[in-house]
Design a protein around this ligand. Sequence first.
Ligand code: TIU
Length: 221
Amino acid sequence: MMRVHAQPFPFELDLERAALLIIDMQRDFVEPGGFGESLGNQVEPLQSIVPTVKKVLEAWRLTEKLVVHTRESHLPDLSDCPEAKLLRGNPSLRIGDLGPMGRILIRDEPGNQIVPELTPLQHEVVIDKPGKGAFYGTALHEILKQNHIRQLVVMGVTTEVCVQSTLREANDRGFDCLLVEDATASYFPEFKAATLAMVTAQAAIVGWTCTSQVLIQAISS
Ligand code: TIU
């Protein structure tokens, strides 16, 4: 066990039972021309965390513990995309339309790949997920159980959408979650701040948050 300085109180990290979970650091959200921009968002706040996510990932890889990457993606025939999701809003490009990085949010298209700085290693787990939460419609829970995981260290985008949905799904399944504050981002800074506050409120009702610096210090010691 190692004690990590965290909000709302220290997190007792048990590396033997912990996995690093990186949510949706895909070109579709982080780079211009993808799904995120098609919804009317500026991608710069998401781009700005890539070096921090990379630093934590590199420190975690040295521990040789489990790494899981997720991608929000749909099958080319859209059979796993509910009509409500497909038709929602008034985006400049809909899911499945051809954009500058291939078909928007479609599995294996160039825009659906994890950004090159964070490319998964061969042995790392990659979960393709049709929803915002990483547990819905995926094998994530089974994989975590097989690896005897009880704690999740979470990074990625966007804080209040896929990250928060995943934290809540994980929390209900009995995982203790530690969200890395400067390794998560939203298109809306006020939504990121609100998410960090609501996750840790009420004595860690959903989980804990910490900085990348204290996490890296803890796992590197
Ligand atoms: N739109 C938005 O903020 N997020 C998503 O659609 N997906 C994820 O958060 N990955």
